[in-house]
Write a protein that binds this ligand. Structure first.
Ligand SMILES: O=P(O)(O)O[C@H]1O[C@H](CO)[C@@H](O)[C@H]1O
Ligand SMILES: O=c1cc[nH]c(=O)[nH]1
Length: 235
């Protein structure tokens, strides 16, 4: 038991999927896992453990934003010994060549968050990166399932609504999409020497203003989930 997770010792698997939305965690557990057991209801941030193709795996909601995911990732690693963490999130496309429902794998996570300077001081702009082995596995699994994916840099922002960030400039420098947690996931994984990856489905478009419905955000991102599950159980 940790401060925000009520699971008993051993109730969380050593590999885990991390959606922001706790109802996406419930959907993943009930749709993809055999015999899912809910181990956490604290704050309704649900966590489940079940079996996927013979391997024990968990799925845990993280809430929105870097402060929230940092709580869960710290506790999952430190108190429950989780070794492989794959975020399965929604994101907003920032370029015209990225489309609604595209799947993106975040090789790097640029950020405007203070976590970098709070950790390293003002002189260092640390680059949070995915674990290469997990990234390679996820990419290979996507290709073998005929799912097209984009791999590259995303931005993890501290504010969903802001008037200051120059999205056009970021896109010009290759940033594909915006979300709110992955830079912290990658930094914490580096700190604790475990493996982490972020896989995303584009839920809305910052240029065209197309958007998935709330129900689609919760339910209809099965390609991303399959890629993450397959990468999590491989190796
Ligand atoms: O769909 P999730 O995983 O929550 O991810 C994205 O959606 C939320 C914003 O709507 C933020 O958490 C962002 O990172
Ligand atoms: O953080 C997010 C997630 C989806 N879409 C956005 O615009 N931002």
């Amino acid at each position: 038991m940790s401060i925000h997770i009520e699971a008993a010792a051993g109730a969380v698997a050593d590999r885990i999927l991390l959606p922001g939305d706790p109802l996406r965690a419930k959907y993943i557990a009930e749709t993809f896992l055999e015999n899912p057991v809910c181990y956490n209801r604290v704050r309704n941030i649900f966590g489940y453990t079940g079996m996927y193709k013979g391997t024990r795996i968990s799925v845990q909601g993280t809430g929105m934003g870097i402060p929230s995911i940092s709580i869960y990732v710290n506790e999952l690693i430190r108190d429950y010994g989780v070794q492989k963490l794959i975020r399965v999130g929604t994101c907003g496309a920032m370029r015209e060549d990225i489309h609604l429902r595209d799947v993106i794998i975040a090789q790097g996570a640029t950020t405007d968050s203070a976590i970098i300077r709070n950790t390293f001081g003002p002189a260092i702009n640390y680059a949070p990166l995915a674990d290469f082995e997990l990234l390679r596995l996820a990419y290979d699994k996507a290709i073998s399932q005929n799912i097209s994916v984009r791999v590259g840099n995303i931005i993890s922002v501290d504010r969903f609504y802001d008037d200051e960030i120059d999205n056009a400039k970021l896109a010009d420098y290759g940033i594909m999409a915006v979300e709110m947690e992955t830079a912290a996931l990658y930094m914490l994984a580096a700190k604790y020497k475990v493996q982490a990856l972020g896989v995303f489905t584009v839920s809305d478009h910052l240029i065209t203003h197309e958007a998935c419905t709330a129900e689609e955000r919760q339910l209809s991102f099965d390609d991303m989930i399959r890629i993450a599950l397959e990468a999590a159980i491989a190796g």
